[in-house]
Write a protein that binds this ligand. Structure first.
Ligand code: SF4
Ligand code: SF4
Length: 303
């Protein structure tokens, strides 16, 4: 059976599609958005999170490490991990009772995920909810994503695919076919700014969105809003002009940027590769909401 790598399964999610949902977070993403607040989802493989503030200085992780990569911090402080020696075996995380050392990512089968989401079937049925695949980027693991969606559909779950849209058309189309709803991220129409802030061109993303929207598939576009990046009048106008021709795009979700996630970069041992932005003001969000509503979209704040 195909296995995939995920970094979280969140139960009782209410912003990732209709009703009460379980959201499965896939590892690996081809974009590097400067505002990303889930950096543990970017690398395709496992990561070791070192949460120094939780370290109780019991030092049981030191003998657990077969590569002698862990040492006491200065003045018997929180442990320090030499990442050059670490091979991500996960033994320290097993030894740490305080969750100061945690592996981000685990290999799972389709059956593993299905067993977890089945626990909340009654909540999906009562609320009109279901299961959302998110990440990272679910389409970066095409076989696993497709097989999981197929199994979920076969069991009667409502399925949603939360995607950046950066994948081959074949991958997107085959996964979209098994999804009841596509949550499609749209960051910027301006390609220069898109490259500067995400590291990639938006050309394939926009081309895929056009094709997808032409298929009468339910698509809800989601726009993360950062002040000074994509909340200006010309950016909003460009997004509306791009989306207006597609009758299957009825809903636009405005996701206000928040400053969470900074500590995660430190926990991953990465020099911050993100930038700290400001969220747009309430007033500006209201204006953007109104602009999309005037263009005929159903607008949601927060997803
Ligand atoms: S086992 Fe956990 S709490 Fe104990 S020293 Fe290691 S990281 Fe800190
Ligand atoms: S993941 Fe393995 S190699 Fe890395 S620090 Fe922990 S025990 Fe050592």
């Amino acid at each position: 059976m195909t296995t995939g790598t995920i970094f979280d399964i969140k139960r009782f999610a209410v912003h990732d599609g209709p009703g009460v949902r379980t959201t499965v977070f896939f590892k690996g993403c081809p974009l590097h958005c400067l505002w990303c607040h889930n950096p543990e989802g970017i690398a395709a493989g496992l990561d070791l999170l070192v949460r120094s503030s939780r370290c109780a200085r019991c030092y049981s992780c030191i003998p657990a490490c077969p590569r002698k990569a862990i040492s006491k911090g200065p003045k018997r402080g929180p442990v320090v991990v030499d990442r050059a020696k670490c091979d991500l075996c996960g033994k320290c995380a097993e030894a740490c009772m305080y969750e100061a050392l945690v592996m981000a990512g685990r290999k799972v089968t389709v059956a593993d995920v299905v067993a977890e989401v089945e626990r909340d079937r009654i909540f999906y049925e009562q609320s009109g909810g279901g299961v959302t695949l998110s990440g990272g980027e679910p389409l970066a693991q095409p076989s696993f994503c497709r097989e999981l969606l197929t199994e979920l559909k076969a069991r009667g779950f409502h399925t949603a695919l939360d995607t950046s849209g950066l994948a081959s058309w074949e991958t997107l189309a085959s996964c979209a076919e098994k999804s009841d709803l596509i949550l499609y991220d749209l960051k910027l129409i301006d390609d220069r700014k898109h490259r500067e802030t995400t590291g990639v061109s938006n050309a394939p993303i926009l081309a895929n969105l056009k094709k997808l929207a032409g298929r009468k598939k339910a698509v809800a576009v989601r726009i993360p809003l950062m002040a000074g990046v994509n909340d200006g009048p010309s950016d909003v106008r460009a997004a509306i002009e791009f989306l207006k021709p597609f009758p299957s795009v009825k809903t636009v979700g405005l996701l206000r940027y928040h400053k969470g996630g900074q500590e995660k970069y430190r926990n991953l041992g990465q020099a911050p590769c993100f930038k700290i932005y400001d969220p747009p003001s309430d007033e500006r969000v209201g204006e953007i909401r109104q602009a999309f509503a005037d263009a005929g979209f159903h607008v949601r704040i927060g997803g």
